[in-house]
Each structure stands twice: as structure tokens, then as C-alpha cells.
Write a protein that binds this ligand. Structure first.
Ligand code: 3HC
Length: 675
């Protein structure tokens, strides 16, 4: 096997180059190659300095995550980076693309760093439930200062090379395209400078209180996660102890996280997210349709949000409404959203103008004739949608993709109202559509393979995580939500309170519980059709105009700041219903709430798999993480079920009288997992 590492000489500089596509992960072969290259430099009197660089799209993007959990192969990354730092000859890291995780640790173990301005440096390990485990938490604060190091390790977002340069993390910026040559020149320039600058020999100093202040500021963001605190503790240690002790502490913390369930869950999601974009029965190299202009029908919250995704990605949008006033209101909201982003520094003012300039508002459906993809985001009603698709069939150019943003309706039925069902697909965005990362792509019975593949690819272009779903009521996400909401209502009737049920969900790690969610979405959804009907607790609340947050009353009472408090009136309404129906009461434990609201979701997920409505269990996990805020550290409902043990889930479901999916039962009996 040829090594991914090659060495060449430029006079007295040894250039060590890695070529390990796609991201130059620091696999065993890469580590072995670098190790040998450092020996080669040490053993050759003609070599005065070393450059470490990468071919391809990026500098080392980290340890090879696929090696985690397998038997370790020497040299381990911590040993290798120490060896680089210990080299008697200066080593220069030449950085382009992203120097991430272990890649950043290699860079900061080098004596010098040169980077192109487009490069980024970061330690995203925390997003995998880990910490930089090759001296990163100890070298980074010594080089870049404690505050920047804390931000980098505990939050995991990479920083641009310019910022790294200002912080002293990068010594020099190189011209784009001239990195290698400038790195060699830099190496030659510093070849005889002694002592060699070694990060581990510097001091990390912190102002008093900086760690506690950081913990406090970020408490909400870090809630439930183990890794951020472990990262903070390591940086704190760097300010208190000699390097060797700090590294020892880092190693122990790293191992603890690595073998914990949270990191396993977060690594699962990393790969699940990437797997989701793959369609099992469609070749990866299928010819895609060209999408140059997108049409969106409806300028409400959904249509506006959907349009913004494309505009932000540089794809022009034609947006259609029925009335001028609604059109103006919709485009006004879009502009304000962009301006708010600009005010927060997330975009430049000229980017706002570029995005809005690529928007063509119109009242004429016929203006969609030049669009390559048309997404309908109108009222959720089958007759309305069918009529609209009939019209689109007459207007759209041949080969245009016709998509519905329906969240429940049958895409095959919608497709049947056109003469080209092969061009019809579902694109279910989640509100707010310009923010939420999930996109459920609904594959109809007749959807053409290239249509599906084009939409999935487009999902990536607009920075969504796209998941394929089959045609069934509610697709993947909303279908699994239903049994949870139904069961939560039953629990209310049997003696639980909204506060208790919501608390259990929030403690589990969800952003909100079922009743908080109802109050946010609107308790009155579906009720206006027949306001005389009072058949459920929801109806009774709606009849009293307790429609949720928008009327400052729902399952909770709200003050002007939308802070919820338990409602005595709701307690009365619930009590009335319990009496009227004669529902037997019992004390409901938190455990029962978990078993009756979360286990049925797993059961529904299993049914979805059984029916082939999702390609794989990990896709279901991705839907719940990115669409509904399922805690990442629990890896999604199916991964969570695996960690709980499928036997336990089945027993819990049976205990409460649920009909258990055959697939779930089978897997439990065989001791198998979903993931
Ligand atoms: N190890 C193994 N495979 C990796 C990898 C890694 N560190 N990073 C990415 N890959 C794989 C992906 O799974 C994907 O594989 P696929 O094509 O088979 O699906 C392929 O490389 C391309 O990845 P992306 O689709 O994500 O490509 P992008 O160009 O969109 O993004 C990236 C590139 C920014 C480098 C992104 O892949 C990324 O963020 N990678 C993870 C970086 C990371 O977390 N590094 C830290 C690792 S942990 C560590 O270093 C521990 C150490 O401290 C001891």
C-alpha cells in the first residue's frame, strides 16, 4: 500500500505532504507517514527545516473518526504531535481549507503556522461529544489566550485565519495560491532561529472569574451536554498546572467522554447526517436537473422563509401571491429578516441587497413559466392543492420540478392532478423555514429518480439536512409526533398536569414539552372549522380563546414577556373533563410519562421503517434532531431506543397496552439494534 504521505526537498527544507482524500483525516497511515518524515528530517544534516502541508481541499480536518472504538494503531496522535513539537528542526504548518480537531492540534504542535486568509482553524470535537485529545486544550490557551481557547474548544466553531492571525495562533498569512512557496520561504527564514517556539513551554494565564463567567453566559447552550464542561475544565487546568499534568488530565477526560453514551450519540449523528443525503436505489452519479430559478407560491411565513433559503444561496426566486397587500407584507418581512441578520453582523448590507434584488414578486402564476423548480406553500387543503397543481401543469415548462410543501397530505394524490407525476415531489420545510435545518423530501410513487436526486442535492446547496420520506400521513416527523401528543392528552385525563409532562420532556432534553409546543403552535389549530364543538380539553380551551401564546393564554397563562405560569383555569377545565368522562385517576410518575410518550414514538419509528417510509433508522434520528430539537446527546429516538435497550422499550409498550411493531419486537428478541 502506498503511503498517503510523501516527502520532497526544496534545498534544505523538507516538504511533507499528505494526500488522504476527502478531508485528509489523520488516519493511521497518515500518522505513520508523518512520524517517518520527522525521523527523515532529524536524520539528515542537509535538512534545516520542515513544512507540513496537505494536498486536496483541506489541511487535516481531524482525527479519523471512523477509527474511534477500534483497536488503536501507533503512533497515536498525542505521541505524534509531541514528536513534531520536540523536533530540533523548526516545523512550519502550511494551512489551507480547514485545520480542524486533530488537524488543528498538529498545527499548534508545529513551531510556526502560515495560512491562507480563506483557511479556518477550529476544534469541533465538542460537537462530537469530545475534547481535543492531543494536547489541544493545553496548547491552545498557551498560544491564543484563555478566552479565545475557551470559545473554540467549548463551542467548537472554527475561526477564520485572519482572526487566528490577530490572536497569535497563526504567525503569518500567505497569498491564496502561493501557500506552499511562502511556507518554504518562511521555513528557510526561521531555520536557524533558536530557541524554537514551543506552545507547551508557554504559560496560560487567566483573569480571575473568567471560567465561571463563561459557564454562566453559556449555561443554556450547554444544558444537558457533558463535553462543554469537560473542555472548560481542561482549559482551566492549563492555567493551574504544568503542561505535563494538564495533558494527563486532558487524556483522562478525553477517554471518559469517548467511552460515554453522549459522544457515541453525537458521532452517530455526524455520520447519520451525511448518510441521509444518500438514496439507496439511485446511483450517486445520476444526471441532475439544472435549477437556475425557483418559483414559490405563497408569501406567508412559510413561503417567505422558503424563498430566503434560495436567495441566500444565490438562486433567484419568483414569489407569487394572490393579493398585492399580502405580497408586499411577505416581501417586507423577508427584507426585515435579512436586515436583522445584517444588524447582528451575520451578513453584509450588500448581501441583503443582492438577495432581495434576486427576488421577483408577482401576482401572476403565469410568471412561473421560466422556473426550474416550483414550490407550493399555500393553505393545507387537498382540494386547493390539487387545483393549483392542475394550473401549474399548464404553466410550468417541460422538465420543471413541481414540489408541495405539505406537512401531511398525500403527495401521490397531488401528483395525480397533473399530467407529469414523475416531476412531482414533496419538500416539507420546517418553520421558520429560513432557520430550521431539516427538509423532508417526500418521494411519491411516481417521482422520477433524477427529480428526487436533484432535490436532495439542492437541499445541501441551501444548507439543509435533507431526508427522504415515503408517502404516509405526516411523513416521518409529524407522524411520530402524533402518538406522543395523543398520549400526553390521555395522561392529563388520568391525573397528570401539563407542567409535569412538559417538565419531564424538558429534563429529557427537548426544547419544550407537548403542551408548551401546543401553546406555541396554536391550541386553536383545527378548531375554527366547528367552534361550537367542545369534545376535548383542547376544544374547551379554544372556546375560551385560550389559543396559546398568541392570546397570552393556552395550557399556561402568559405575561407580556410570554413567561408561562400554571393556569388554575386550565386545571379546572381538566378536572371537569375527568369527571364528565369518569376517567379513573392514578398517580402518574415521571417514568410513566417517558414510557407512554417517548416509547410510542420509537414504536411509530419502527412502523415507518417496517413500511419502508424511511430508508434507515438513522434518517429518523436526523429528522428528530434537526426538525424538533431532540437532544443531540441522545442521538435521536431510534439511537436512544438502542441505548435504552429494545427489550425494555417493548416491555414498557406492552405494559401500557400498546400494539408493538413487528420489527421492533423482532429486533428486541434477537438482541439487535436499530443503528
Ligand atoms: N474522519 C473521518 N471521515 C471524515 C472526517 C473525519 N474527521 N471528516 C469528514 N469525514 C468524511 C465524511 O464522513 C464524508 O464522508 P462520505 O463522503 O463518505 O459521506 C466526507 O469525509 C466528506 O465530508 P463532508 O461531507 O462533511 O464534506 P464537507 O466538505 O461538507 O465538510 C469538513 C468538510 C468541514 C471537514 C467536515 O467534514 C467536518 O466538519 N468534519 C469533521 C471535523 C471534525 O469533527 N474533526 C474533529 C475530529 S475528532 C478529533 O480530531 C479528536 C482529536 O482531538 C484527538
Amino acid at each position: 500500500m502506498t503511503s498517503p504521505i510523501t516527502t520532497t526537498r526544496d534545498g534544505d527544507v523538507l516538504i511533507v505532504v499528505s494526500n488522504n482524500p476527502p478531508v485528509n483525516a489523520l488516519s493511521a497511515a497518515v500518522r505513520i507517514g508523518i512520524d517517518a518524515a520527522i525521523d527523515e528530517a532529524a536524520g539528515d544534516d542537509g535538512i534545516k527545516a520542515v513544512v507540513i502541508a496537505c494536498d486536496g481541499q483541506t489541511f487535516f480536518a481531524g482525527a479519523d473518526i471512523t477509527e474511534f472504538g477500534k483497536p488503536p494503531v501507533e503512533p497515536l496522535l498525542p505521541t505524534l504531535v509531541d514528536k513534531i513539537e520536540a523536533s530540533e528542526k523548526p516545523v512550519v504548518a502550511a494551512i489551507h481549507g480547514t485545520a480542524l480537531g486533530g488537524g488543528c492540534e498538529v498545527a499548534i504542535a508545529c513551531h510556526y503556522r502560515i495560512a491562507v486568509p480563506s483557511a479556518k482553524l477550529g476544534t469541533p470535537e465538542v460537537k462530537l461529544g469530545l475534547l481535543p485529545g492531543a494536547g489541544g486544550t493545553q496548547r491552545l490557551p498557551r498560544l491564543a489566550g484563555v478566552e479565545l481557547a475557551l470559545e473554540m474548544v467549548a463551542k467548537g466553531d472554527p475561526i477564520p485565519a485572519r482572526k487566528a492571525h490577530e490572536a497569535g495562533l497563526v504567525d503569518r498569512l500567505a497569498d491564496e495560491g502561493a501557500l506552499r512557496a511562502e511556507a518554504v520561504a518562511f521555513a528557510r527564514e526561521v531555520a536557524s532561529v533558536r530557541p524554537l517556539p514551543r506552545a507547551s513551554e508557554k504559560q496560560a494565564k487567566a483573569e480571575p472569574g473568567v471560567f465561571d463567567a463563561f459557564r454562566k453566559t453559556n449555561a443554556r447552550r450547554f444544558r444537558g451536554f457533558d463535553a462543554p464542561e469537560a473542555n472548560i475544565a481542561c482549559v482551566e487546568k492549563a492555567t493551574q498546572s504544568p503542561y505535563a499534568e494538564g495533558v494527563q488530565f486532558e487524556r483522562e477526560s478525553f477517554m471518559k467522554l469517548m467511552f460515554g453514551v453522549q459522544s457515541a450519540a453525537q458521532r452517530h449523528i455526524f455520520f447519520a447526517e451525511r448518510k441521509a443525503s444518500k438514496i439507496d436505489d439511485i446511483p450517486a452519479d445520476i444526471q441532475l436537473r439544472d435549477i437556475k430559478r425557483v418559483g414559490v407560491i405563497g408569501a406567508g411565513t412559510m413561503g417567505g422563509g422558503i424563498s430566503m433559503n434560495f436567495l441566500s444561496a444565490g438562486i433567484p426566486v419568483t414569489i407569487v401571491e394572490m393579493q398585492q397587500e399580502a405580497l408586499d407584507r411577505g416581501t417586507g418581512v423577508m427584507r426585515r429578516n435579512y436586515e436583522a441578520s445584517a444588524a447582528k453582523g451575520r451578513m453584509k448590507p450588500e448581501q441583503v441587497e443582492a438577495a432581495m434584488g434576486a427576488l421577483k414578486p408577482t401576482l401572476a402564476l403565469a410568471d412561473l413559466a421560466d422556473c426550474d423548480l416550483i414550490i407550493e406553500a399555500v393553505y393545507e387543503n387537498m382540494d386547493v392543492k390539487k387545483e393549483l397543481f392542475g394550473k401549474l401543469d399548464a404553466i410550468a415548462k417541460p422538465g420543471a420540478i413541481l414540489a408541495s410543501n405539505t406537512s401531511y397530505l398525500n403527495v401521490d394524490e397531488i401528483a395525480a392532478s397533473t399530467s407529469r407525476p414523475q416531476d412531482v415531489v414533496g419538500m416539507h420545510f420546517f418553520s421558520p423555514a429560513n432557520v430550521m435545518k431539516l427538509l423532508e423530501v417526500v418521494r411519491g410513487a411516481k417521482t422520477a429518480p433524477d427529480v428526487l436526486a436533484t432535490v436532495m442535492k439542492l437541499g445541501k446547496t441551501i444548507k439543509k439536512v435533507a431526508v427522504v420520506a415515503g408517502v404516509c400521513h405526516g411523513f416521518i416527523g409529524n407522524r411520530m409526533l402524533m402518538p406522543r401528543q395523543v398520549e400526553a392528552m390521555k395522561l392529563l385525563m388520568e391525573g397528570a398536569t401539563p407542567e409535569q409532562i412538559d417538565r419531564v420532556h424538558v429534563e429529557f432534553g427537548m426544547p419544550m414539552g407537548p403542551f408548551q409546543m401546543s401553546d406555541l403552535a396554536g391550541v386553536d389549530i383545527g378548531w375554527h372549522r366547528d367552534p361550537t364543538r367542545i369534545e376535548s380539553i383542547r376544544d374547551a380551551l379554544a372556546a375560551e380563546k385560550r389559543w396559546g401564546q398568541k392570546t397570552q393564554a393556552g395550557f399556561y397563562d402568559y405575561d407580556e414577556k410570554r413567561t408561562p405560569s400554571p393556569s388554575p383555569r386550565v386545571a379546572e377545565i381538566i378536572e371537569d373533563f375527568r369527571k364528565q368522562t369518569g376517567t379513573p385517576q392514578h398517580e402518574i410518575t415521571d417514568e410513566e410519562i417517558v414510557e407512554r410518550t417517548l416509547y410510542p414514538m420509537v414504536n411509530e419509528g419502527a412502523l415507518i421503517l417496517e413500511e419502508g417510509m424511511a430508508q434507515r433508522a438513522s434518517d429518523i434520528d436526523v429528522v428528530w434532531i434537526y426538525g424538533y430539537g431532540w437532544p443531540v446527546y441522545r442521538g435521536g429516538p431510534m439511537f436512544w431506543a438502542d441505548t435504552e435497550g429494545l427489550k425494555k422499550i417493548v416491555a414498557g409498550l406492552e405494559k401500557h397496552g400498546f400494539e408493538v411493531s413487528t420489527l421492533l419486537k423482532d429486533k428486541a428478541e434477537k438482541g439487535e439494534r436499530f443503528n
